[in-house]
Write a protein that binds this ligand. Structure first.
Ligand code: TYD
Ligand code: MG
Length: 407
């Protein structure tokens, strides 16, 4: 067919109504697509999918939820906790692939959820469930069913210790979409990310909180991440980072202590350690702050992770603030990428970052002068403090300098 003649069907997307889930899928589930969702045990995959199933069932869709890991009663117990009981949501404890295919066809379901792909077995194949052969064969058979009958299919996949999806790599090639559900050990919040998506982009992130009554979408992540902040101690800095197209304010915390051993320690959680080393070298050399005899610890509060160059300057100021033991002004956010010469480089999407800072009541923003030169519109309520290099940034960010007070 000529590409000009092919029509796409906009009605083929189904919004589940779980906003954060739909966001990651670029607007909802695509009818007849196959999605793989991976994550460590206990992160909430089954909970999330049960909630998705309920939302779909309440739109008069027929859902078959195959549970290979838990009994019907266990799922029912969880459903009770979540307050779910749609008659068109079917719970099916089964691991035999053929039985599942027959049941899905017999019920003529709209959506099939398989929890998890590692528990299924295809009769006639000798390896045990969870083996490479079984997982690959079951997934490709389900893919065929999904495409021929137009059944939207969601598979749960286990992950190995290093966080990658267990089983054959081809699993990721077979499915249309791969999602990863992540969270930090003791934190209640969870991130849902798209790693691959044949029906949309992969840069949006869904943010959830695990509560007594299941997963709740967090529509105001900045407020959530800053909620435990009282006043800023030395070493703490607020930076606006972009999570997909959304700006989120996060708190960076640095601790600098005198090194007790020969080789100073550098530790980072939620941030790339190599990048921290580079920034420390720049701070030492261009900012003239001696750190050779100091241990440096950096932490992103709330268990978030930050991997944007736009957070460079914030990190550097956090370390400097901890090193000289003077707090950064609590109504200031810091934005800027750092070059090896100590220059502060322009940052993308700066207006959205500033708007978020203004919305949360911040009053000052230390930002790259270069962004200002390019005609930046600073939102109302924010005073921009331009900086060109590290030295200038250090001078302007440490106590009350820009408010006219002496350091
Ligand atoms: P679960 O969905 O079983 O995780 P997974 O399928 O990824 O292994 O849920 C994991 C945890 O979530 C479990 O330890 C209990 C907790 N939880 C809540 O805190 N609130 C709830 O409403 C539910 C259903 C679970
Ligand atoms: Mg589970």
């Amino acid at each position: 067919m000529s590409i000009a003649e092919i029509k796409s069907d906009p009605s083929s997307r189904v919004e589940t109504g779980l906003v954060e889930f739909d966001r990651v899928l670029s607007g909802g589930l695509t009818k007849g697509s196959m999605i793989l969702i991976g994550g460590p045990p206990g992160i909430g995959k089954s909970t999330l999918l049960l909630q998705v199933a309920e939302r779909l069932a309440s739109q008069n869709k027929k859902i078959l939820y195959v549970t290979g890991e838990e009994s019907q009663q266990q799922v029912h117990l969880r459903a009770g906790r979540l307050g779910l009981n749609s008659p068109s949501l079917y719970i099916y404890p089964e691991i035999n692939l053929e039985a599942i295919e027959n049941q899905a066809a017999a019920l003529d379901v709209d959506t099939l959820i398989v929890d998890s792909i590692q528990t299924l077995f295809k009769p006639g194949l000798s390896p045990a469930p969870g083996s490479v052969t079984q997982v690959r064969e079951c997934a490709s058979d389900l893919f065929r069913l999904c495409k021929t009958r137009g059944i939207t299919t969601i598979l749960v996949g286990h992950v190995t210790k290093d966080g990658s999806l267990a089983g054959p790599r081809v699993l990721e090639h077979i499915v249309d979409t791969v999602l990863s559900f992540e969270g930090e050990g003791f934190q209640s919040f969870r991130l849902l990310k798209a790693i691959k998506n044949r029906f949309g982009n992969t840069h949006e992130i869904g943010i959830f909180e695990m509560s007594e009554k299941g997963l709740k979408g967090i529509s105001n992540p900045s407020e959530f991440f800053l909620s435990q902040r009282s006043s800023l101690a030395p070493g703490a800095v607020i930076v606006p980072v972009m999570e997909g197209s959304r700006p989120v304010l996060v708190e960076l915390q640095a601790l600098v202590t005198r090194s007790a051993y020969g080789i100073p320690a550098r530790r980072a959680s939620g941030f790339d350690l190599n990048r921290l080393q580079v920034l420390l070298a720049v701070l030492e050399r261009r900012g003239r702050l001696p750190l050779a005899g100091a241990d440096v610890y950096l932490n992103v509060a709330g268990g978030m992770s930050v991997d944007e160059p736009a957070a460079d300057l914030g990190i550097l100021i956090a370390v400097a603030s901890a090193a000289v033991d003077r707090p950064v002004d609590s109504e200031t956010v810091i934005i800027g990428e750092i070059g090896l010469a100590g220059e502060i480089r322009a940052v993308a999407a700066i207006e959205r970052r500033l708007a978020e800072a203004a919305r949360l009541g911040f009053k000052f923003a230390i930002l790259p002068a270069y962004n200002m030169h390019k005609g930046l519109n600073v939102p109302e309520g924010i005073t921009a403090i331009e900086v060109e290099n590290i030295k200038e940034a250090l001078k302007k960010s440490l106590p009350g300098d820009h408010r006219g007070k002496e350091i």
